[in-house]
Design a protein around this ligand. Structure first.
Ligand code: WTA
Length: 673
């Protein structure tokens, strides 16, 4: 990094424009480098200064930072500010109200229908949180208890998250695209004592029966000896004008409680619980390569510092900005940028509970114009869908308020990057491509508006306090230009502390592969300018429409169909989804493949995981390519569906003839996008 030149290669786009630069906290590459070096040379001093901007009831009782990334020296751990007492909700809301910003809008919320709107000030948000905290307490929820949230992207969902933070309960938000099975698995794994859901919602014209799904999940929980006493149901449908396709909604008085009734009688005063900086704040499940979801655990102090700092600098946030992140609350993007980072910085955000193509493909740009959004953050998969539509959907809106555009979730290919930059931002707005993971808490590699010259498709340079590097298969660090496994050398405040219930799995997933480093599971290239380009996952994960899904999860769902003897799932590039899901199945003796089986298989995946994991293509094949030990050679299947000519070393295959058979079978079906 020291060698980083200020004259970069010819791909570099010297942006942002003057207006961004004039305003920016960090307005040149030199200024970035200076601050970056301070952050890695003396991380304790650096983060101490940042921590002073937040409220702490008491100081750390031990070292500001302690950690071990070296398995040879003992267990892996990271601790920031241990012993310091704080409350995250207090820092996000009370602090601003006390400072006189109670009337500032925290959220402009817009539902699926463009005429469904709400707004809430910081003062009103605080009251709602206190009421909900009292509701939780009355239901017996106390510090350390787990609360599962299965709600659409609404102000009410945020109220539940922050009321948990207020009383020291640990929330686990489960994405509403997940099926009843997936919801039950996560409720059980998290040992949740309470579920908060909504009666239903619409995504475009499609009704999502959240309460029916929740009821099915609770039946499964009961069968697995994990009974829950209470399920709070928010009446999301009450204000919805769209009514078509709403079926009867199940209700069981012995367990279901009405959100509206409970909230109506709750007091709006609730003292925050003072928590240790290292106490858990939330658990968020992410796919694991073994198929079992991983409960990524974040703690109070470190996550707060990192989420807030990343929000401030990555989006160059100023008090008059209007921030719009299209991410769902069920993912880390929603947690960090719709909730924790944004509120910590006293932001006004647009919260959107709809889809970009409803009622038409101009929805994002319409929202941007109506709310005068300055900073718009979304995923490449949404952009790829929108860029295929007529340009008029974008150009009929002015987008004049936009200053900064951001991208997250998957690599943004240069043509999507250019469309975002040229058409949406009219070359005025930098594209902030943020690389991060559920486990990193907030971006770890991203440009800073005003400071970092951009390169279409590159995540660019590390954020404060992050020392990323690349290593080869043997764990040897690659110096300078090259390609390898992306790892991080040092701890930062927002790193996940463990996987809930399995520190062993945490260690083996993130630290054992390359001792001494945090392993991201991604491959990356570093160019001559020191810029990082994320290539994609190296493990058995695929990224479809921004959803990280493990091939093992899909395969175990495929195997549930009575006809399937063996299954393998791989990905291929896709024009809008980034990656599409291709599945190979070997049928059991006497079964023959037909459309009924195909739709049954797809419906199993939909039920087990959710619609986002349904295979795009299924190939019934006579056998799978295997090595001597019986392991399926997925990399070969991946190359076959990508129609690559060179398949690499196949000498360990038991049956060489299978390669040509598979090629022939897939050739007719594979659509090159
Ligand atoms: C991928 C999402 C390239 C990556 C915040 C990572 C990206 C996984 C980018 C984490 C990006 C995320 N460029 N790839 N800007 N951002 N990824 O946990 O493979 O849902 O490991 O967190 O998404 O997905 P997760």
């Amino acid at each position: 990094m020291k060698s980083l030149k200020t004259n970069l290669d010819s791909n570099a786009v010297y942006l942002p424009s003057d207006t961004v630069q004039k305003k920016a906290y960090i307005s040149s590459l030199d200024a970035y480098l200076k601050m970056y070096h301070t952050s890695i040379e003396d991380p304790i001093e650096f983060w101490k200064k940042i921590s002073a901007q937040f409220f702490w009831k008491s100081k750390p009782t031990g070292p500001f930072l302690s950690y071990n990334f070296d398995l040879k020296k003992g267990p892996i751990f990271t601790k920031w500010m241990e012993g310091a007492l704080t409350n995250v909700c207090y820092n996000l809301v009370d602090r601003h109200v006390q400072d006189g910003y109670g009337d500032k809008i925290a959220y402009y919320w817009e539902g699926n229908e463009p005429d469904e709107q709400k707004q809430i000030t910081y003062q009103a948000l605080l009251k709602e949180i206190c009421k909900c905290a009292n509701v939780l307490k009355a239901l017996g929820i106390a510090k350390g208890d787990r609360v599962a949230i299965y709600m659409p992207t609404t102000i009410e969902a945020i109220v539940v998250m922050l009321s948990c933070a207020r009383i020291g309960a640990i929330h686990t938000v489960i994405f509403t695209g997940f099926s009843a099975d997936a919801l039950a698995t996560r409720i059980i794994a998290a040992k949740a004592k309470l579920l908060v859901t909504a009666n239903g919602t619409f995504r475009g014209t499609k009704f999502i029966p959240l309460k029916s799904i929740a009821t099915q999940a609770l039946i499964q929980c009961k069968a697995a000896n994990h009974p829950l006493n209470d399920c709070i149901v928010f009446n999301r449908l009450q204000t919805m004008k769209r009514r078509e396709g709403i079926p009867d909604i199940p209700w069981d008085d012995s367990i279901d409680r009405s959100w509206e009734t409970l909230m109506a009688s709750a007091s709006d005063v609730c003292e925050p619980e003072w928590m240790d900086a290292e106490d858990p704040l939330f658990i968020l499940y992410t796919s694991g390569s073994t198929g079992k979801p991983k409960g990524v655990l974040h703690t109070s102090g470190g996550y707060l510092l990192y989420a807030a700092t990343a929000f401030k600098y990555a989006f160059d946030y100023h008090p008059e900005d209007l921030f719009f992140c299209s991410g769902d609350l069920g993912w880390i993007t929603g947690h960090t940028f719709n909730v924790y980072g944004a509120l910590a910085c006293k932001t006004t955000s647009v919260l959107f509970d709809g889809i970009p193509t409803y009622p038409d493909g101009g929805r994002f740009w319409d929202l941007i114009d109506r709310y005068k959004v300055t900073t718009f953050y979304t995923a490449p998969t949404a952009l790829r869908t929108l860029m295929q539509l007529e340009p008029i959907y974008v150009t009929k809106y002015s987008r004049a308020s936009l200053r900064i555009l951001g991208s997250v979730g998957e690599p943004i290919d240069p043509s999507t990057w250019n469309w975002f930059y040229e058409i949406v931002g009219e070359k005025r707005c930098p594209i902030i491509d943020t690389f991060w993971q559920t486990e990193t808490g907030a971006p770890i590699i991203c440009p800073l508006p005003g400071a970092t010259p951009l390169k279409p498709g590159a995540a660019t340079l590390p954020f404060w306090g992050i020392v990323p590097t690349i290593v080869n298969d043997n764990g040897v660090e690659i110096i300078g230009e090259g390609q390898g496994h992306l790892v991080v050398k040092n701890p930062w405040p927002g790193i996940a502390r463990t996987l809930d219930g399995s520190h062993e799995r945490f260690t083996s997933t993130y630290f054992a592969p390359y001792n001494g480093y945090y392993y991201t599971g991604d491959r990356a290239k570093r160019d001559a300018d020191g810029y990082f380009w994320i290539i994609g996952r190296t493990d058995d994960m695929l990224n479809s429409s921004g959803y990280l899904i493990s091939t093992a999860e899909i395969e175990s769902a495929l195997m549930q169909h009575p006809s399937v003897a063996e299954a393998a799932a791989v990905s291929a590039p896709h024009a809008t989804k980034g990656e599409s899901i291709h599945c190979f199945i070997v049928l059991k003796h006497k079964w023959s493949y037909n459309h009924i089986i195909e739709s049954e298989i797809k419906s199993i995946v939909r039920h087990k995981l959710g619609a986002f994991a349904v295979p795009d293509l299924i190939y019934p094949v006579p056998a799978l390519p295997k090595v001597g030990s019986g392991k399926i050679m997925r990399r070969l299947l991946r190359k076959i569906v990508r129609q690559e000519v060179y398949l690499g070393d196949t000498s360990t295959l038991v049956d060489q003839s299978i390669v040509n058979q598979l090629r022939a079978l897939t050739l007719n079906k594979v659509k090159i996008f």
